[in-house]
Design a binder for this molecule. Structure first.
Ligand SMILES: [Zn+2]
Length: 585
């Protein structure tokens, strides 16, 4: 699958500086005469839009939003066939605009606009007929944009308008920042040294109309080393010094004259410039089999597994850390391999913990308004489900298997990624994209069935084999499922079929998933085999590696390119995993 992230998803002014997890999709409506989608949520969201090919469809994700009801498909007709709305994963509601065969839209003309932070419209341009037969190569403007590959120390990834100013999100090391002001021309240039700009950000021209900034432009200055320049057109009456400060959280904070840098710098304990009641986190301590987080006043929180780092993350908005907290965490070392306390630029405290070897997080709850409790338990292989929960009444769930939450963690490992696209087959079909799509669906389906899932990668990035294994070990994964697609010489389209591999303790898991997948693939059964793959040898839990089919195969390739088929594969893999868990309770 090829993705095209839309520029317009970065253009909106209601950007939130950290994800919220509490919103619900209240209503949505597609206006056929205007080609416009209206979305209303009950809390702030930041929609993300992308165009996906094969088949062509526009996907609008609402991170931190739950649908709270069954998925629906609304037929439209014509070049826009239907709008689908469903829960993509535990934290994301997804709206999909499906285009008729042979049609596409210009992703640059998709406009995602916020009326308010919880009311959005998505303007969809008139679909156009694709020129020529193959949509894969017909129009060069739809090629996915590659990241800049020069070796600068820092990459500028995004520009966000925050409550206080701007936040320039960066990856890599913390850049040196220079601010140049030209009062006569009402221009402010913020230059990040030794920094490249992602291709999506290059040439970004954004109307801000906030904080005295009329608009901003992003450009790459091709010096050696390169410089990322953010040019602001500012109001004339906004005299005084603009400030730009690099933080150690991966970003640069830009504040208008009179703004306060100190309140935004991570780990600062000063007051927020906004008159909001701030909760102080006074203590984090181990008490029996639980970690207690105590505050000086009532608070709310959200929690999530940060899948890229394998950490459990608790976010407390409008909060600060007490000074004495820094040295009170020594006894946590016995149950946690790491604790990170972060103060974000929007006054949220993030507590990020990784359980130590042999420890799992069982549940999180708030026994009183000023205490948060994180319940822990020893991880053992025998800790497989005993209680029953009602069957998930969800059309997208993989079956009626019931597994209580919090005891089992499945590491789902989409192979390859980034520069390593894996196997390349018929029509340029790439393994890395196929397996990421399947793996993400497996993770979402597991979560829907009450089983925690951790993905070793959640986007198109390059990750070595070793960190994949380390992540599974860090979260004490119960099972490890690596997902791949096969390839052989392009001259052998006759070779097709499913193969499943294991090394040590994974044989039964391999057989169970393989049996579950066979009726879906329908193609040749190439068997369950033992192999010394790195991720199978180095993982301590039962581990399998699935080769879902051949991207070079005449039978397999068109199926693997089909989204509905990949969904059936994901459902079958999930069924196999759940079945294995049940058999081993
Ligand atoms: Zn592979």
């Amino acid at each position: 699958v090829r993705f095209h992230w839309l520029l317009s998803s970065f253009l909106t002014i209601f950007l939130l500086s950290s994800p919220a997890f509490a919103a619900k999709l209240q209503s949505w409506r597609f206006d056929e005469t205007e080609n416009r989608l209206y979305i209303t949520t009950d809390d702030n969201v930041q929609p993300k839009a992308k165009l996906i090919f094969n088949p062509t469809r526009l996907v609008i994700d609402l991170p931190g939003t739950s649908l709270g009801r069954q998925a629906v498909t609304q037929p439209v007709g014509g070049a826009i066939q239907a709008i689908r709305v469903g829960q993509f994963d535990t934290q994301t509601t997804r709206l999909v605009v499906e285009l008729a065969d042979g049609y596409t839209i210009d992703p640059k003309q998709v406009l995602v606009r916020g009326q308010t932070p919880n009311q959005w419209t998505v303007q969809i341009p008139q679909p156009e007929r694709m020129a020529g037969g193959s949509e894969l190569s017909s129009n060069p403007s739809y090629q996915p944009t590659a990241s800049n590959t020069t070796n600068a120390a820092t990459v500028l990834e995004n520009v966000q308008v925050t409550a206080d100013g701007l936040f320039l999100r960066t990856r890599g090391s913390s850049p040196d920042v220079k601010v140049q002001q030209d009062r006569r021309r009402s221009m402010v240039n913020i230059e990040l040294q030794n920094t490249t700009v992602t291709s999506q950000m290059q040439g970004l021209n954004l109307a801000v109309n906030r904080h005295g900034i009329q608009k901003l432009q992003v450009s790459q200055v091709r010096n050696s080393p390169p410089v990322a320049r953010i040019s602001l057109n500012v109001n004339k009456n906004n005299s005084g010094q603009w400030q730009a400060t690099a933080t150690n959280l991966g970003g640069v904070i830009v504040l208008p004259p009179g703004g306060s840098v100190a309140s935004n710098v991570p780990s600062s304990t000063s007051n927020s410039p906004r008159a909001q009641k701030t909760v102080t986190i006074e203590d984090i301590q181990l008490s029996g089999a639980q970690i207690l987080i105590k505050t000086d006043s009532p608070f709310t929180y959200t929690h999530a597994w940060d899948q890229s780092s394998g950490a459990f993350q608790i976010s407390i908005p409008s909060a600060q850390l007490s000074e004495r907290l820094r040295d009170s965490q020594t006894n946590l070392r016995t149950v946690l391999s790491s604790v990170q306390l972060l103060q974000t630029q929007d006054s949220t405290v993030v507590i990020r913990v990784r359980p130590a070897q042999g420890v799992q997080i069982k549940e999180i709850n708030q026994p009183s308004t000023q205490v948060l409790s994180l319940q822990l338990q020893r991880a053992t292989q025998a800790n497989v489900p005993s209680a029953n929960v009602p069957p998930a009444n969800n059309p997208t769930s993989a079956g009626g298997y019931n597994v209580p939450k919090g005891r089992i963690v499945i590491a789902v490992d989409p192979g390859h990624g980034g520069r390593d696209v894996g196997a390349v087959g018929i029509g340029g079909l790439q393994e890395a994209g196929i397996v990421l799509d399947v793996a993400k669906q497996v993770a979402a389906l597991l979560e829907q069935n009450g089983v925690q899932a951790v993905l070793t990668r959640t986007d198109d990035r390059e990750i070595d084999l070793e960190p994949r294994v380390q992540m599974a070990e860090r979260v004490n994964a119960t099972l490890f499922v690596s997902i791949h697609a096969n390839a052989i010489d392009m001259s052998r389209p006759d070779v097709n079929g499913l193969e499943t591999y294991y090394y040590a303790s994974g044989q039964q898991l391999a057989q169970t998933i393989h049996r579950s997948l066979l009726p879906v693939t329908g193609g040749p059964d190439r068997g369950v085999r033992q192999a010394r793959f790195y991720v199978l040898r180095k993982t301590s839990m039962p581990a399998v590696l699935l080769e879902l089919g051949f991207v070079t195969g005449a039978q397999d390739a068109p199926k693997l390119a089909n989204a509905a088929y990949r969904q059936r594969l994901a459902e079958a893999i999930t069924r196999g995993i759940l079945q294995y868990i049940q058999q081993n309770r």
